[in-house]
Design a protein around this ligand. Sequence first.
Ligand code: NAI
Length: 297
Amino acid sequence: LREKLKDSAKGASAIRHVHVIGAGAMGGDIAAWCAARGLRVTLADLDHETIAKAIGRAAEFYDKKLHSSIERRDALDRLMPDFEGTGVAKADLVIEAVVEKTDVKRKLFDEIAPKIKEDAILATNTSSIPLEVLREGLAFPDRLVGLHFFNPVAKMELVEVVAHDKAGQATLDRALRFCGTIDRLPAAVKSAPGFLVNRCLTAYLTEAFVMVDEGTSKEIIDRAAEDFGMPMGPIALADRIGLDIGLDVVRMLKDKLDDPIPDIPAWLEAKVQNGETGRKAGKGLYVYDNRGKPKKT
Ligand code: NAI
């Protein structure tokens, strides 16, 4: 499949320039990954410091993972901070990865839609907002698609390519091919609640929270999942995703699935209220050192 995708990417109207809006946990890492895979990338955020941090994170990642100093320099050259947001008018693909709030995303679409190139596609990294809701009011709904990356972007090969009722086939094809270009494996899904992965993941993570609530230690839960073959346990994964983002997803899915999701323990809600949102905040279910490694407690 990977080779097939790469081949078709060669013939298709290739994506050469990606503009990423939102340089947080996901947007910053999506931008870094695309630049490492040879694409020109502009990275924008309301908060300029977040852009700078994301570029710093990318430089560290390139130092570790790219083989030669030339490759590292070229990747960094391709990844451009875009403080004025001008890249949006030049990109072949615009990916929004701003906060998981419908009104914020819709307002952003209103602002950028008139600036996007006529043949460019607009992608959203939303985890939970139905694309039918996000496309409302958009002048070119056929060119909107979901490109749902997973965290951590560099490790997780899967990308859900999310269709909706007005998505154009050409857009979906182009999105699938884009995944091939950047060495990711696309899963074509419909815009159903939780898409495919979060629907399963939410049940898994919330059950782990219930076990913590019942008194099982979080370390034991994580170790058991790792022994079973998971790359990381559910508690560490929740911290990695961000407890705030996770809660948004659970709240959204709560009444929409056939099987009920367990109630979120009050202590988890309190942590988010206190800003203890996980690894990105240095504290969530675990406490982290400044290199993002969990501290022994
Ligand atoms: P984050 O909170 O780390 O980053 C969001 C960034 O968006 C912030 O830097 C903020 O300054 C910026 N922002 C907010 N409004 C903006 C605007 N109007 N224009 C420009 N920048 C703006 O959030 P995270 O975790 O990166 O999530 C982003 C999106 O990715 C959400 O839709 C989320 O559901 C989705 N997602 C998150 C995953 C995760 O594991 N955290 C996994 C897959 C998808």
